[in-house]
Design a protein around this ligand. Structure first.
Ligand code: MG
Ligand code: MG
Length: 250
């Protein structure tokens, strides 16, 4: 069932989203060669706790940290560690969730570590573009599949692989609610969007194949060809006067 949030619930989600945005901003500012992914996790944890929120990911199906930190060929769900240090030329995807007064914000970015290859800059740029192309389709009475189609078109235009095993999701009362958001056209229309729906859109594009698998740690998802991957995500409200991104800084 797809829930529609009340004005009050949406204001709490916006607060959760602001905290997530601040955590991403501060982590992005801290990204440089030599920094460990555990240090980035600590930054996010402190910001979330200082804002009287709960790190949504911590303990979720046993996940041990407040963020997912996924480097290069890692797509999503990388576990932060003191032993994983960023290197010049890497790209790192940072995904974070915060629960404020029972409501969740979920957002992710991919950022460069120092100077990176132009091919990687393009991968990040196109993946972020796909996110915004999809958000533009989050309009009352549109079909959710139009957002999925926008993501697919963006990947195809630039010859990038789409990760099809993961996708976006309804969000709010919990991190993962109905509906699932495919990052490609399935041929099914999917649900019709109504005001008050809150949905996380999250394209994941790869330089090579879209095929992925999970490492032995049972979390980290990597590309099958070990080529780099990028991931961008926002929590979006479908409102009568158009889409509203809830995971933005104040
Ligand atoms: Mg996320
Ligand atoms: Mg998500």
């Amino acid at each position: 069932m797809i829930t529609r949030k009340s004005r009050h619930e949406i204001s709490l989600m916006r607060s959760a989203g602001c905290i997530v945005a601040e955590a991403l901003y501060e982590m992005k500012s801290a990204v440089k060669p030599g920094v460990s992914t555990a240090e980035l996790d600590k930054i996010a944890y402190n910001i979330i706790r200082n804002n009287h929120a709960i790190p949504t990911f911590k303990g979720y199906h046993g996940f041990p940290a407040s963020i997912c930190a996924s480097i290069n060929e890692q797509v999503v769900h990388g576990i932060p560690s003191n032993d994983i240090l960023l290197k010049e030329g890497d790209i790192i995807s940072l995904d974070v969730g915060a629960t404020f007064k029972g409501f969740v914000g979920d957002s992710a970015i991919t950022v460069p570590v120092g100077i990176v290859e132009p091919e990687l800059l393009k991968l990040m740029e196109v993946t972020e573009q796909a996110l915004y192309d999809a958000i533009k389709k989050m309009i009352v009475n549109n079909n959710l599949s139009e957002a999925s189609g926008a993501i697919e078109d963006c990947a195809n235009q630039h010859g990038l692989g789409i990760v099809t095993t993961y996708g976006g999701h309804g969000v709010g009362h919990s991190m993962h609610e109905d509906p699932f958001v495919f990052n490609y056209r399935t041929g099914m229309p999917g649900p019709v969007l109504k005001s008050g729906m809150t949905i996380a859109i999250e394209p994941m594009f790869n330089i090579g194949t879209g095929d992925v698998h999970t490492l032995e740690d049972e979390w980290t998802v990597v590309t099958n060809d070990n080529k780099p991957s990028a991931h961008f995500e926002h929590t979006v409200l479908v409102a009568d006067d158009g889409p509203v991104i809830l995971t933005l800084a104040k």
